[in-house]
Write a protein that binds this ligand. Structure first.
Ligand code: GUN
Length: 278
């Protein structure tokens, strides 16, 4: 039976460490303030945004909300970001994605001051990661590295296969695994022989966005399986991109959904916010 990697417990431990750090910094008169921008009121985005604000409150980071109507113009949104960039009280800026179709996400991301880009989405931060320089790193892949390290799972020298090549997860995941000296393969929708490639993996990271797509036929006996997907099934329960019940008996460790990667994303966002305490 696989070890179940408890992302909730690990994220709680990280948040407690950060809380202590923030309290110490407060005594030196230093604080962090996160600006959270949401456009429209997509229910899923509202849940994420609320969880982020709750985590800030728990750790002792200030947060301010900017809720803009669905039909706000791109220009107005860019003006707000400009104002937040210049505001010395604000140490981090997060624009919740996705944005409505009439707004260009890339333009918005590029507008955020890279030094306040706690999501790590700005091309300057993405570039810094790819050449091994310091900068903000995308929270979900950074959270996965932290899960592996805190579960004493060796990355160096091991075969790591990432399924998915998004800018937010797949690509930065590959860069981070490489930085940890893993041997990295990135698979995507055009990959041939996906099963065979995945079966090579000592560490398989799945971010494809298809419920329960990965069954035991994709998994080498004893591999570590990290599931980034989250989907609501017809019965109301959540599931990942991995068929957990089917894969469980084949692997040495696996993240559950919910309670695996998800909570780590917020813990790493808080970690990024704490980098800017001044
Ligand atoms: N939407 C889904 N995930 C994320 C995230 O990590 N950051 C932001 N800003 N929006 C998201």
């Amino acid at each position: 039976m696989a070890k179940i990697i408890d992302g909730k417990a690990i994220s709680n431990a990280i948040k407690d460490e950060l809380k202590e750090y923030v309290e110490k910094k407060k005594k030196e008169g230093k604080t962090a303030n996160l600006a959270v921008v949401q456009v429209g009121n997509d229910p899923a985005s509202s849940v994420y945004v609320n969880n982020k604000k709750k985590a800030c409150a728990y750790i002792g980071i200030g947060s301010s909300s900017y809720e803009l109507p669905e039909d706000v113009t791109q220009e107005e949104l860019l003006l707000l970001i400009d104002r937040l960039n210049k505001d010395e009280e604000i140490t981090g800026i997060l624009v919740q994605l996705p944005l409505p179709a009439h707004i260009n996400e890339d333009t918005v991301i590029r507008k955020i001051d890279p030094g306040k880009d706690v999501d790590g989405f700005h091309p300057m931060n993405v570039g810094a990661l790819s050449i091994g320089e310091d900068g903000f790193v995308s929270c979900t892949p950074q959270g996965i590295i932290e899960l592996l390290k805190r579960s004493d799972i060796e990355i160096s020298g091991r075969e790591c296969v990432v399924i998915g090549r998004s800018n937010i997860v797949g690509k930065p995941m590959a860069m981070l695994l490489l930085r940890e000296n893993g041997t990295v393969t990135v698979c995507h929708s055009r990959t041939k022989n996906l099963k065979e490639v995945c079966k090579r993996a000592d560490i398989l990271v799945v971010a494809i966005g298809k419920p329960k797509m990965i069954d035991h036929e994709y998994v080498k006996e004893g591999a570590v399986v990290i599931d980034v997907g989250i989907h609501r099934m017809e019965n109301g329960k959540l599931c990942g991109d991995v068929d957990f019940d089917d894969v469980c008996s084949h692997c040495s460790a696996i993240t559950p959904v919910p309670g695996g990667v998800g909570p780590m994303t917020i813990a790493m966002l808080m970690n990024n916010c704490c980098k800017n305490i001044s």
